[in-house]
Ligand binder design. Structure first.
Ligand code: PMP
Length: 287
């Protein structure tokens, strides 16, 4: 089955969808994105992703390509056309193309944003073997720019981080700035010690994870103790357990940091419970 994608108002076979070589997303990473998961053919936390998209666009003075209702319709239609039961929807909005290359932003009156969406079919996403095994992470310096709260497509360093992890026999990397963990390459980071969940507070230093928000709310509802503060990788290595959150991997247990096994080296009880609660509640609320 050929995948149908969406580009600037049209649903097309992926082989026929095109974007200009002058598009600022391509030339300058002048673009933002969102990834929404699909479980049971329904969208998980669409509202959260739509609100964060608007915020990213506003922060960069980029115009909205369409309103929220239209966006929902596009998501749903792609799920239907591509028969997605479990998977992801990737959405990208760029500042568009004014037919040349210039550092100065083009006039938004004449240059419209480019919008692209495509699905990724991932059967078994909710019960992935990776989540049952848990992830091994390494720590690397955080050398990204200082507006990590804006979800831009500047993903070269996170990609390099994943490659560094792979070369080291690990699955992912946690980023360190001024001695403290900021977040994972593509997820928010947490450790658990004596039943207390510790994670970095929101600021411009990290992405405001949609999954983070939901998981912290659910942890609170389950009477779990949460502390939002800066933490070091050394603290995390001495933790009972650790985990990450993201829309594409939900709650992912972390079983090893820089070669040090956490607890007995298998996914911890709090991470496992939060994953279950998150999947259960999100599927009930999916639209
Ligand atoms: N931090 C970073 C750097 C990310 O790339 C992501 C996922 N895109 C997250 C955190 C998690 O955010 P969300 O839960 O909204 O997927």
């Amino acid at each position: 089955m050929t995948r149908t994608v969406y580009v600037n108002g049209q649903y097309l076979p992926e082989t026929e969808a095109t974007v200009s070589i002058f598009d600022r997303g391509f030339l300058m990473a002048d673009a933002v994105y969102e990834v929404t998961s699909v479980l049971g053919g329904k969208l998980i936390d669409f509202e959260g992703h739509a609100v964060r998209l608007k915020r990213s666009l506003d922060e960069l003075e980029m115009s909205e390509p369409c309103d929220k209702d239209e966006l929902l319709e596009i998501h749903r239609k792609l799920v239907e056309l591509n028969e997605i039961d479990e998977g992801l929807i990737y959405l990208q909005v760029t500042r568009g193309s004014d037919g040349d290359r210039d550092f100065v932003f083009p006039d938004p009156e004449t240059t419209k944003p480019t919008i692209v969406l495509f699905t990724q079919n991932k059967p078994g996403l909710a019960n992935s073997p990776a989540s049952q095994k848990g992830a091994k992470v390494i720590s690397i310096p955080d050398i990204r720019w200082h507006r990590r709260d804006i979800k831009t497509v500047q993903l070269l360093y996170p990609s390099m981080g994943k490659m560094m992890a792979k070369k080291a026999g690990a699955d992912d990397a946690w980023l360190i700035e001024d001695g403290y963990v900021t977040e994972g390459t593509s997820n928010n980071a947490y450790y658990v010690k004596n039943g207390k969940i510790v994670t970095r507070p929101l600021s411009n230093d990290i992405l405001h994870g949609i999954t983070r928000k939901a998981v912290l709310r659910m942890a609170e509802e389950a009477q779990m103790e949460i502390e939002e503060r800066l933490f070091t990788i050394e603290e995390a290595k001495e933790a009972d357990e650790a985990f990450t959150t993201s829309a594409s991997a939900f709650v992912m247990p972390v079983v090893e940091i820089d070669g040090v096994a956490l607890g007995d080296g298998t996914p911890g009880p709090i991470a496992k419970r939060l994953r279950e609660i998150y999947l259960d509640e999100s599927m009930k609320a999916a639209i």
